[in-house]
Design a protein around this ligand. Structure first.
Ligand SMILES: [Mg+2]
Length: 364
């Protein structure tokens, strides 16, 4: 089989309002923008992938054609080595590998998780917020999610004072599984700067959270401060999570090598691709580290991570909900929205990624 074409589409959809994600400080989001790629083969099978984008788009279709045309999509390791050049000179390449697995699965007539040697399974979801909101609003949010069937919620904090929000939510919901994301690992600095914490501040936050029985504190320090994470982890009982947006398997393995985290979160689209993500998950398991990838990109990204999580037996799936950012907005390029039922989700079971692109969206 041979790759014969690469098509790129810049897709955008307006949100019904806007929200203020902690990872793009000072720049409210009123549109969902992404780059969709379709990789064609001489077997008539097309693989898809997608990456988050900026207004106006990021065009690297020509570069992908240079790297991919004539290659056999089954030769994932060889193509990954070629794609590493994209990481040197252009956007991150990890999401591109996902389209190869889509092709391989479709060729085999099996969902990707089956190709990876796994069986279908339900993964419990946590509802993932995107902005810092008042305790009153968050209590209402949790009530809505409990009504939807969720049993776990992740709150955002940016300052030590925000711990009061976590405290109030914990008081209102003693049995809720509660995660906390500080988002200090990285930021898109389009307008503002994120508030960073010193090591001492991160430690103070972690210790403040200790009595609140949280499942993890996510990204309290910059994503490359491997030793800082390891020191923090030694000095608090709160489980520490990170690694969602580290660049490539080497960086993610550094987190493991340093004993930096209790929960490792490399996103297949942003950090590792599927092949190395699943390999790293096995290494994490050997060290007693849980593998719970970040998923907040788009529906193609959620599907890709669901296949990795199914293969890696992840205990949780991040399920973003921060209206007007809804599952429908996230998955707008797909014919079908990936839904959480009773607070759990399963990887799509159709061949490959198991998602279908809505041609009317691409047509526009
Ligand atoms: Mg995060």
């Amino acid at each position: 089989m041979e790759i014969t074409g690469v098509d790129q589409y810049h897709l955008a959809r307006n949100l019904d309002g806007s929200f203020d994600p902690t990872w793009v400080p000072g720049y409210p989001q009123s549109r969902h923008e992404l780059e969709l790629f379709e990789i064609e083969t001489d077997a008539g099978i097309t693989g898809v992938t997608a990456s988050p984008s900026f207004p106006g788009g990021i065009d690297y279709g020509d570069t992908l054609r240079l790297l991919l045309l004539g290659e056999n999509p089954h030769d994932v390791s060889r193509i990954r080595r070629k794609l590493a050049s994209l990481d040197l000179l252009g956007p991150r390449p990890w999401h591109v590998e996902v389209a190869l697995w889509d092709i391989i699965g479709k060729d085999a007539g099996k969902p990707i998780y089956e190709v990876l040697g796994a069986m279908s399974r339900e993964i419990r979801c946590y509802a993932s917020t995107g902005e810092v909101k008042s305790a009153e609003e968050r209590i209402e949010y949790v009530e809505d999610r409990l009504a939807d069937g969720f049993e776990a919620v992740k709150l955002r904090i940016t300052s030590r004072e925000d711990i009061e929000i976590v405290r109030r939510v914990r008081e209102a919901f003693p049995d809720l599984t509660l995660m906390v994301d500080a988002n200090k690992g990285w930021a898109v600095r389009a307008v503002g700067e994120e508030e960073r914490w010193s090591f001492a501040e991160a430690l103070a936050v972690a210790r403040d959270l200790e009595p609140l029985d949280i499942a993890w504190l996510e990204e309290p320090l910059p994503r490359h401060d491997y030793r800082g994470y390891a020191r923090l982890r030694e000095r608090t009982d709160v489980p520490i999570a990170g690694g969602e947006f580290n660049d490539g398997p080497h960086e993610v393995r550094e987190l493991l090598r340093h004993g930096a985290v209790d929960v490792l979160q490399p996103d297949a689209m942003l950090a590792t691709g599927i092949q190395e993500g699943v390999n790293i998950a096995a290494s994490a398991r050997e060290r007693g580290v849980r593998f719970v990838p970040h998923t907040w990109t788009n529906g193609v990204g959620l599907a890709a991570n669901l296949h990795s999580m199914t293969a890696a037996r992840s205990p949780w799936c991040e399920f973003p909900i921060e209206p007007p950012w809804t599952a429908e907005v996230r998955d707008f390029p797909l014919t079908e929205t990936i839904a959480a039922e009773n607070g759990a989700v399963e990887a799509p079971s159709e061949p490959g990624l198991g998602v279908e692109i809505d041609r009317s969206v691409v047509g526009r």
